[in-house]
Design a binder for this molecule. Structure first.
Ligand code: CTP
Ligand code: MG
Length: 381
């Protein structure tokens, strides 16, 4: 029997009225990225999830693209439930579905694993956390206390067998709002299991929640730095690609790919931060598909691996070591190009150059060397 196929829907069509701000909260910057990008990457990177559909508001295509690149998306509706229905209508070829709020950015693979495991025994599963405060009925006169051992805080993603959720949604009274999907399944008699939730999944609702989410994220991350180093031979009749920029020179670097030593050194530094081997193990020189390849794709791949682990690239420092050409005139274009490939601000990229005083192979102009240090933050394990 083939394993069940799983799709994910992120509802991101809300107006974020309680949070305020210039853009709806799901597109506002949080921990270095638009809020939506955090859970989108986490779902996309999970090995069991084959399809991620983002539900956005009408006219938000551009803001979506700048947040996460090209993503499968549909237009949502006036209420959260309308947005969920739009997402569900777009699911194809899946047996299970995860429905997630863009407003809960920090989603770990462990929570997804727990939910999918629970679906082996029930048509639905939700992450839940215990309540620690005293809970009482509201009013100017405090109402009765509710036994907190009888209540939990329900989060998203919520996981379902698609057929069960579709049937339950079809039976739900039209026009009646549901704040989540578990209650829709339960109303249709479907059992919803709870799995351990995650304080990192707390919803960002009000403006003040941004600072709290920022702090939660910071506390969950550790900083790591790693170095990279590369050398290529200078030969007549080759193009000189350095830092993703074509530089006019009487010689160029030779190698299997475009031999861009600068991008190769940064690629290795990034791979080093997540102990993911080196550029040769990801793009073997023996593989003909990398012959003459532009090295920006190697760097983008390394950055994507960092992102897939929930990491953020904080800074890249590059040193190019050669006698000629002079790097100074090209320094800014190299900086901008590297920032562009890594989707960083130029202030997060430093480009330096040095000669070796005519000593050694770089001094004799036989080759160019580059070294890089990358600093990233990754989730604490
Ligand atoms: N949502 C949606 N479509 C709607 C309303 C909400 O996709 N019509 C999404 C939101 O984008 C969010 C999630 O549902 O990811 C949870 O909703 P909430 O936190 O209430 O977000 P907003 O509705 O955007 O915020 P507010 O209620 O303050 O306006
Ligand atoms: Mg709302």
């Amino acid at each position: 029997m083939s394993p069940p196929r799983t799709a994910a829907i992120i509802v991101a069509a809300g107006k974020g009225e309680r949070a305020g701000g210039d853009v709806p909260k799901q597109f506002a910057s949080l921990a270095g990225r638009p809020m939506l990008a955090h859970s989108y990457t986490a779902l996309l990177a999970h090995p069991a999830i084959g399809d991620v559909i983002v539900v956005i508001g009408a006219g938000q295509e551009d803001v979506l693209r700048s947040a996460v690149g090209e993503a499968r998306h549909v237009i949502g509706g006036a209420t959260r439930r309308d947005s969920v229905l739009a997402g569900l209508a777009a699911v194809e070829g899946a047996d299970r579905v995860l429905i997630h709020d863009a407003a809960r950015p920090f989603l770990s693979a462990a929570v997804i694993d727990r939910l999918l495991a629970a679906l082996d025994n029930a048509p639905g599963a939700v992450p839940a956390l215990p309540v620690t405060d005293t809970i009482a009925r509201a009013g100017s006169d405090l109402g009765d206390t509710i036994d907190r051992s009888n209540v939990v805080r329900v989060q998203t993603p919520q996981a379902f067998w698609l057929e069960n959720l579709r049937a339950a949604q079809a039976a739900w009274p039209a026009g009646q709002e549901a704040t989540d999907d578990a209650q829709v399944l339960r109303a249709h008699g479907g059992q919803v299991m709870t799995v351990e939730g995650d304080p990192m999944l707390e919803k960002v609702t009000h403006a003040a929640d941004f600072a709290a989410a920022e702090a939660r994220h910071a506390a969950a991350m550790i900083s790591r730095s790693a170095s990279g180093y590369d050398v290529h031979r200078l030969e007549a009749g080759e193009e000189l690609w350095l830092g993703g920029v074509l530089i006019p020179h009487d010689k160029g670097l030779s190698g299997h790919s475009d031999a861009d030593v600068a991008l190769h050194a940064i690629t290795d530094a990034l791979l080093g931060t997540i102990a993911a081997g080196d550029i040769g193990s990801h793009f073997p020189p023996s593989d003909p598909q990398w012959k003459g390849a532009a090295s920006d794709q190697f760097l983008a791949h390394a950055a994507a691996l960092v992102t897939a682990r929930g990491g953020v690239v904080d800074f890249v420092d590059l040193t190019i070591i050669c006698e000629a050409p002079k790097i100074g005139p090209h320094r800014e274009s190299i900086r901008m190009r590297i920032a562009d490939i890594l989707r960083l601000d130029a202030s997060q990229v430093s480009v330096k150059a040095t000669t070796t005083e005519r000593l050694g192979f770089t001094g004799r102009g036989e080759g160019i060397a580059a070294q890089a240090v990358a600093t990233v933050r990754v989730p604490r394990v």
